[in-house]
Design a binder for this molecule. Structure first.
Ligand code: NI
Length: 263
């Protein structure tokens, strides 16, 4: 008889938007499923003022939930100079562990690019002022994001959320001291470049995330995503790296604590 006892799995969803009203009807059940899947902490990410406030509300209610506050490039068109004051106030909450998501999005271009850059730079200033890590959103804009971050090398730290670049961009991100956040797309068919990144990213720079409610992994693709499904992402990465799920849980938990909690 096999008397081995299974190791408990410890996972952290480092990028979730469970403050959105798409979770209002069943948020408690979503959190229960996350815990049952081994998810012992969730970072809830703001992308404008409202969703940043919503993230803080959840972080106040649950001790295993943390929050970020920031403005996404899609919403940068609403950026005003006063926004810095609002984000500074929100960031003073002890459960706010990072600024973002922020960055550039040249795929959907929902805000004019000069305004995206302005909102990004002002949030980077605030991250330096408050000495907080940042969560970077990128879509087809690494060529502009990397030089902006290089100009501040050594003064900023953070994660490339939902990494979608190749090995060369991974190396540039690592050289900046950034972590690499891997999400649902690593489970998709035809994601060879991302799977190569998942295989090769150093263990001390890897984070896992859902970006829920978007980007559900393959087995739920097209449906609403939720933090419990970070387990399917971690399982895929474990398979790609030929290590156990427990090991992926351990290293990504340690990395999360190093980037967001200890620093
Ligand atoms: Ni997101």
């Amino acid at each position: 008889m096999n008397r081995e006892i299974a190791q408990p799995i410890m996972l952290i969803d480092s990028h979730a938007h469970i403050q959105l009203d798409r979770f209002d009807s069943d948020r408690e059940a979503v959190l229960d499923r996350a815990q049952a899947a081994g998810v012992h902490a969730i970072l809830v990410i703001g992308f404008d003022l409202d969703t940043s406030r919503g993230a803080v509300v959840l972080a106040e209610k649950y001790d295993y939930i943390y929050a970020t506050v920031g403005m996404h490039p899609h919403d940068a068109k609403n950026w005003e100079d006063e926004a810095v004051h609002s984000f500074r106030d929100l960031a003073s909450h002890p459960k706010v562990v990072a600024l973002g998501e922020m960055g550039l999005d040249y795929y959907r271009d929902l805000s004019p690019r000069p305004i995206q850059k302005e909102a990004f730079e002002r949030q980077l200033d605030l991250a330096e002022e408050l000495d907080l890590p940042i969560v970077i959103h990128n879509r087809e804009a690494y060529h502009d994001i990397v030089p902006i971050l290089q100009a501040r090398r050594g003064r900023i730290r953070g994660v490339m959320h939902c990494f979608s670049g190749d090995i060369e961009i991974m190396r540039q991100s690592l050289a900046l001291g950034f972590y690499v956040g891997i999400g649902g797309p690593v489970t998709y068919r035809k994601s060879d470049a991302l799977q190569e990144v998942a295989r090769k990213v150093p263990a001390d720079a890897l984070l896992v995330e859902t970006d829920c409610p978007w980007l559900a992994p393959q087995f739920r693709r097209g449906k609403r995503n939720e933090p419990a499904y970070v387990r399917a992402i971690a399982e895929k990465i474990a398979e790609l790296r030929s290590v156990s799920l427990e090991e992926i849980g351990e290293i990504t938990t340690q990395n999360f604590e190093n980037l967001f909690i200890a620093s």
